[in-house]
Design a protein around this ligand. Structure first.
Ligand SMILES: [Zn+2]
Length: 320
């Protein structure tokens, strides 16, 4: 992990580098910002830099045994709590309390990363508070969260906050083209659809999003027999994924009808076909389909017949 790989987070990176240079990076920090913008990568870069065995300016070397161990999440002085969407319980924090009472095992500093820190409950927050009030030397505690408002005030007030932001769309598009070898059409689509999150864009790209969304367009949105095109979708998660893509497409249809240019379309690569649909449908019908999509996403939670749901939505595209 290198600080230079954190794209578009100049403010956070320069604050962290300053703290490291002044040897002030210790105690409690909150890395706050949307998912997929590099918070965890930044936390690991800090852990590497603080424990790196090579003296290099600003960046960890990435090659020494300490950097390599942290890269593999196998360094004895790196402790990560990640319970996903489950609560972080008091036992998790008690373990941290025990570990933090020891000196670093082989590095210069112990680094504790608490991912999804907004999942700390009141008991575990209180236990953590005790540590944050008087953190032993040679320790860094990083709380990572996309929902900082859910953290207890007592916790937030004892930590320094480093903010991470989504990237402006044009900037994300450029990064995807220049640093990740995305072709222009893919970079354009991802920059819109991932809403400024580089991590989300890369995840979508790895999941063959372009192929899937064009499959949806060809076999459902542009097909006069949309019910047949997606007869195979039966899993809730698939249906949710395609309904979200469908919603993005209908947004394009609406905006084209309202006179916006192709460069503002999510599916700019399919602009001519989307314009044709925009000509055929009235604003009322487009709005009806959009609310049908939102309702359908809501219905997915109940035991609804997904095929029927998609058939009904598809039929509205061609009703006269
Ligand atoms: Zn190193």
């Amino acid at each position: 992990m290198f600080f230079k790989d954190l794209k578009g987070q100049d403010q956070a990176v320069s604050a962290l580098k300053n703290y490291i240079r002044q040897r002030h990076l210790s105690g409690g920090y909150i890395f706050s910002g949307p998912d997929g913008v590099g918070k965890k990568m930044a936390a690991l870069a800090c852990a590497q830099k603080l424990n790196c065995l090579e003296s290099s300016f600003d960046e960890p070397c990435g090659k020494c045994s300490s950097c390599l161990k942290i890269n593999n999440l196998a360094h004895p002085d790196l402790h990560i709590i990640n319970n996903g969407d489950d609560e972080i319980k008091i036992d998790d924090v008690r373990l941290l309390q025990r570990q933090i009472s020891f000196r670093p095992y082989e590095g210069a500093m112990q680094v504790f990363i608490i991912d999804n820190a907004h999942r700390l409950n009141s008991d575990s927050s209180n236990a953590l508070l005790k540590v944050l009030e008087e953190p032993p030397k040679h320790n860094l505690i990083i709380l990572i969260t996309s929902k900082p408002r859910l953290l207890f005030n007592t916790i937030s007030s004892r930590c320094k906050v480093i903010r991470f932001y989504v990237l402006p769309r044009q900037k994300l598009e450029l990064i995807l083209k220049n640093d990740y070898a995305c072709d222009a059409q893919t970079a354009h689509f991802l920059a819109f659809y991932a809403e400024g999150s580089l991590g989300e864009a890369l995840k979508l790209s790895a999941g063959q999003i372009m192929q899937k969304k064009n499959d949806l367009l060809d076999n459902f949105v542009f097909s006069s027999k949309p019910g047949q095109g997606f007869a195979r979708i039966s899993a809730k998660e698939d249906a949710r994924f395609y309904l979200n893509l469908f919603a993005a497409t209908m947004r394009d249809v609406y905006l084209v009808k309202a006179g916006l240019g192709a460069d503002q379309m999510i599916n700019a690569d399919r602009a001519p076909e989307i314009s044709k649909i925009a000509q055929r449908l009235t604003f009322n019908r487009i709005e009806g389909i959009c609310s049908g999509i939102s309702e359908s996403i809501g219905y997915l939670e109940s035991n609804i017949n997904i095929r029927l749901l998609l058939n009904n939505l598809g039929a509205q595209l061609w009703q006269t």
